[in-house]
Design a protein around this ligand. Structure first.
Ligand code: RNT
Ligand code: ZN
Length: 417
């Protein structure tokens, strides 16, 4: 271990201990937090089931070379990324990432089509999360999947969601870690609808069918993800926030909040303390909205730090599943994983290095001066020294050293694809 990093860490510890913060303990707590890393950053949400570009609901821009073309390549890229992210985490799969030579449609998927992923996850000590893929498919028609008015189309998507839960249950049982399955449907209208309620009624009834089978929550829990608008659904989205939140609360499902799925100035950090009071689990899709787009690489911005602070201050780390959700095809995809994941962990660390009790007391006593002064001073406390130490302790590259490794991997592996 480098002595410079150790010395800086010791100095930082002294400073934080002035606030009564035990930094060693903070790092222990941090090492137990798992981030669910989304596999789809590795190949621009392409998947391996169908050889077609993304269509309907979401889109990816950029053509940086080296996207993974096979499950093997994707796993190899993930391993590279994971080797630069401190801690033990989970990988989040979509149904289209099935690893099989069979020609199998979404409604016919079975656990065996994901066996190689499970073997790999076991070897790597990773958990797995899952998502049905309700887009980019010929049965995604007129902008609708599971709430399509045609019962045949609707049935196809119900079936797909049902088999997805069985795959998730298999993940959970095999890996002895709960799999979180997230249900997101792009369903909606480009233009102003006549009937806003009927599609919601169809979605509600369809979801009831999807979730009819009881699955041991030790193996799988289901989340529903809302969205305000999407590409092609600018005027109306069936699975709005009110719809998904109400459905989840009534049916004991996990509420998925995607940071990019709300009005441009609406933040998910402000929602956590409210939802957490109503005995619900939450899944986060940590993402970064930029104007009308929702999926930029997660950076250390104010909202990321506010999300982390809310989780830490309110002791929500057991109740909230932290997942990442972004896709940028204009930069090195492995770097994108590393930047976003490291930022998420770094934001949590920074939040843990806060004298919350003291600040809470100031707030209760209406001493808003102290609250503001300390919060601002804390911003220049040496959390970076603690982060560097944590990286070194976890045997991952310190600071930007990871970039050299990624560049080398790019030259040796990605550019040959
Ligand atoms: C899309 C949703 C959804 C997807 C993934 C790929 O707006 O955020 O979570 O990004 O399922
Ligand atoms: Zn999302």
């Amino acid at each position: 271990m480098s002595t410079a990093i150790q010395n800086q860490y010791q100095a930082a510890k002294v400073l934080y201990s002035g606030f009564g913060i035990d930094v060693d303990r903070v790092l222990e707590t941090l090492s137990r937090v798992k981030i669910s890393i989304h596999c789809w950053q590795g190949d621009d949400v392409h998947g391996f089931l169908r050889n077609e570009a993304l269509s309907g609901g979401i889109s990816v821009t950029g053509n940086y070379p080296g996207a993974a073309r096979t499950p093997q390549e994707l796993r190899c890229d993930l391993e590279k990324a994971l080797s630069m992210i401190p801690g033990k985490h989970k990988v989040n799969l979509h149904a289209i990432y099935a690893d099989t030579k069979e020609q199998v449609d979404l409604d016919q998927l079975e656990p065996r089509h994901f066996e190689t992923w499970v073997e790999w996850a076991k070897k790597q000590g990773l958990g797995l999360d899952f998502n049905p893929t309700c887009f980019s498919h010929p049965k995604f028609q007129d902008g609708f999947s599971i709430s399509h008015p045609n019962p045949e189309i609707q049935e196809f998507w119900i079936k797909h969601c049902k088999v997805s839960r069985k795959i998730a249950e298999y993940f959970g049982r095999e890996l002895q870690q709960t799999c979180v399955t997230n249900f997101w449907f792009p369903d909606g209208f480009k233009d102003v609808p006549i009937d806003r309620m009927a599609p919601r009624k169809r979605m509600k009834e369809a979801l009831d069918k999807v979730f009819a089978e009881k699955i041991d929550p030790q193996f799988n829990v289901d989340a529903v993800e809302s969205k305000l608008f999407g590409i092609g659904s600018e005027s109306y989205v069936v699975g709005s926030h009110e719809f998904c939140m109400s459905y989840a609360l009534k049916n004991n499902k996990v509420i998925c909040l995607d940071a990019g799925h709300f009005h441009p100035t609406e933040t998910i950090s402000n929602k956590l303390s409210a939802l957490a009071l109503f005995d619900t689990q939450i899944l986060l899709h940590v993402s970064r909205p930029v104007r009308w787009d929702s999926d930029h690489v997660v950076i250390m911005d104010d909202e990321l730090q506010e999300i982390a602070k809310e989780l830490v201050r309110n002791q929500l780390l057991d109740k909230v599943h932290i997942g990442l959700d972004y896709f940028d095809a204009s930069i090195n995809r492995i770097a994108a994983w590393i930047i976003g994941s490291r930022n998420m962990i770094k934001a949590l660390l920074r939040a843990m290095l806060e004298p919350t009790d003291m600040l809470r007391k100031a707030e209760l006593g209406a001493d808003f001066t102290t609250r503001l002064a300390i919060l601002e001073e804390l911003k220049s406390y040496p959390f970076g020294a603690v982060w560097d130490y944590y990286c070194q302790q976890n045997q991952v590259p310190v600071r930007e050293a990871w970039l050299t490794e990624v560049k080398q991997y790019e030259a040796e592996v990605l550019q040959k694809r």
